[in-house]
Design a protein around this ligand. Structure first.
Ligand code: NAP
Length: 533
């Protein structure tokens, strides 16, 4: 390996999404270089610009808390911001805090090798950059690598194919078009009602029906905004003390402790609460007790049957094979009503899967569909996808691909034993999308930066996790997921959305406060589980 064009840096940050951007700011007293595959900042909110893309956590929460002036001055027009507003915010933050000078855009990381003698990482990019740095912080996101099922015939199709996570910036004109839409997760549910209004025809290819709760989006009330701004410090602290780092009504009663009348009233209130995910918190045991969960499932099925006029379509739209919340609850606007339109049809591809693209559309095992445009909202190779696409070689020439062959292992979701000086934000076995990701990302960046500052202060050059600590963390992750009903759904949480993907549950469902407490106590207990030298 030639050293001719090597550039030196203290820290390489991978990804200029919200966590990566904050990491640049927090660590700017070091020589920091951020490598970003997109042409702009914002990560998820840069790539996912499909019609209807919108966050499902209220924006007064889903925003940075590190700078008081920023949170006082920024105004969100709506409760749940749309992608253009989130991208505008990301750009504002990048400009306001002079982050761009540290970011190299359109410059994906290709490979990384750890030099055990120098205790440094060699980082190589697709553009030919070669950086030598002491630390790598992978802020690569949980939902970064789009999943495209390998249906043959893609080149044969005469129309256009789009993936929602790679949506063209100039948009797509659907007027007069027959549109085929594959995927009925959070993305599909947001995009389809808008596309149905524009297209001549929309054919929805559904493998598994989703539970969807109405979005309570509305213009942000001025008094509400002022109340948040007057109390931001307290609210941010409170958020971190809740399961999902978000202030919603957390119930005290289990379903069985409520009478049938109370149950019905609570569920109706949750449905109309205009607060995402409130249905999952209708009772204390929705995610831990199958009977309580089924009560909520049946409530939503009743809603579907009451909204969708065609009884056969309504039945197909009712999820029956997994608990509500097992896959992430979808939050939508007019999704079920959309099926009452004359130009929308539902095709069940569970029994008769999609087989291939044809010249004129799609072929399932039982029928052909003529289409002008095909949209895939088929999700992501989640949690591990972005890291797995980089060729990463740690100590003793071990590769991350081999290490994670049977599923990802980490210590506190932050480090992988055998890959020293490499930290991850929202890595495997962190709460990730089970908690509000901007605030918890900031928390993880601060935790990581404190560790790095301490290393520098003490003149240390090498930090790794022990295999034993990794094993213990896996046991903790398994223990909390065993207590929840998440395991009964095939989803991106456990990699079962991708055929052949190995590994267990990749998200920490013990709640953010417990996660943070375990991270903090590891450090406070003399860096328990770490090797530092
Ligand atoms: P997803 O939840 O994984 O949904 C992908 C959809 O594609 C599913 O309906 C899946 O069916 C279907 N699919 C995949 N492979 C298929 C195949 N071979 N044949 C037929 N159908 C296939 O992905 P997503 O909708 O992009 O959402 C991912 C996550 O992003 C969400 O859970 C959420 O965390 C986040 N997100 C958030 C928001 C928001 O904030 N509002 C919006 C969008 C996304 P199966 O269910 O059968 O696998």
């Amino acid at each position: 390996m030639s050293n001719k064009n090597v550039e030196h840096a203290d820290i390489v940050i991978i990804g200029a999404g919200f966590s990566g951007m904050y990491a640049i700011h927090r660590l700017r007293n070091y020589k920091v270089v951020c490598l970003e595959s997109g042409a702009g900042v914002g990560g998820t909110w840069y790539w996912n610009r499909y019609p209807g893309a919108r966050v499902d956590i209220q924006s007064v929460e889903y925003s940075y808390g590190f700078d008081e002036k920023l949170q006082q001055e920024w105004h969100w027009p709506e409760y749940f911001s749309a992608q253009p507003d989130l991208e505008r915010y990301a750009n504002h933050v990048a400009d306001r805090f002079d982050l761009r000078e540290h970011i190299r855009f359109s410059n994906p990381v290709k490979s990384m090798q750890f030099d055990e003698v120098e205790n440094r990482w060699h980082v190589y990019t697709d553009n030919g950059d070669h950086l030598l740095c002491r630390y790598v912080i992978a802020a690569t996101g949980s939902l970064t690598a789009p999943n495209m099922p390998p249906w043959p015939g893609r080149d044969r199709f005469k129309g256009d194919i789009y993936h929602t996570a790679r949506w063209p910036a100039q948009g797509v004109d659907f007027a007069g078009k027959r549109v085929g839409f594959i995927g009925t997760g959070s993305t599909g549910i947001q995009a389809m009602p808008i596309i149905a209004e524009q297209a001549q025809e929309l054919v929805v290819f559904q493998r598994t029906p989703a539970f969807c709760m109405p979005s309570g989006n509305r213009p942000l009330d001025q008094a509400y905004e002022q109340d948040w701004k007057a109390n931001y410090e307290d609210r941010r602290r409170q958020m971190l003390q809740t399961y999902g780092a978000s202030i919603i009504e957390y119930p005290t009663a289990t379903a069985a402790e409520c009478s049938p009348e109370q149950q019905a009233e609570i569920l109706e209130q949750a449905w109309n609460s205009k607060s995402s995910f409130q249905l999952l918190f209708a009772f204390r045991d929705v995610m831990t007790n199958a009977a309580a969960n089924e009560l909520v499932c049946e409530f939503v099925r009743d809603k579907i049957r009451s909204i969708v006029k065609n009884p056969e379509t309504a039945t197909s739209l009712c999820p029956t094979t997994y608990p509500i919340g097992g896959k992430r609850l979808c939050i939508g606007n007019g999704y079920y009503d959309m099926y009452n339109r004359d130009n929308v049809t539902l095709v069940d591809v569970k029994e008769s899967p999609i087989a291939e693209f044809t010249e004129s559309g799609l072929r399932t095992l039982s029928a052909d569909y003529d289409l002008d445009v095909i949209i895939t909202a088929t999700g992501f190779d989640a949690v591990t996808g972005a890291m797995s696409r980089i060729d990463i070689q740690g100590s003793n020439k071990s590769t991350l691909t081999d290490k994670w062959a049977e599923g990802p292992t980490t210590y506190l979701g932050a480090m992988v034993s055998g890959f020293p000086n490499m930290f991850m934000i929202h890595g495997p076995s962190t709460p990730a999308a089970q908690a509000q990701m901007i605030t918890t990302g900031e928390w993880q960046v601060n935790w990581t930066a404190d560790i790095i500052d301490r290393m520098e202060h003490e003149g240390l050059v090498h930090i790794d996790a022990t295999e034993q600590a990794e094993q213990q963390w896996a046991e903790e992750v398994d223990m909390v997921s065993e207590q929840s009903l998440h395991k009964f759904a095939d989803s991106w949480y456990n990699g079962k959305n991708i055929e052949g993907k190995k590994g267990g549950f990749m998200i920490y469902v013990g709640g953010f406060p417990r996660f943070a407490e375990l991270c903090d106590s590891a450090v406070a207990n003399g860096y328990e589980g770490f090797i530092r030298k």
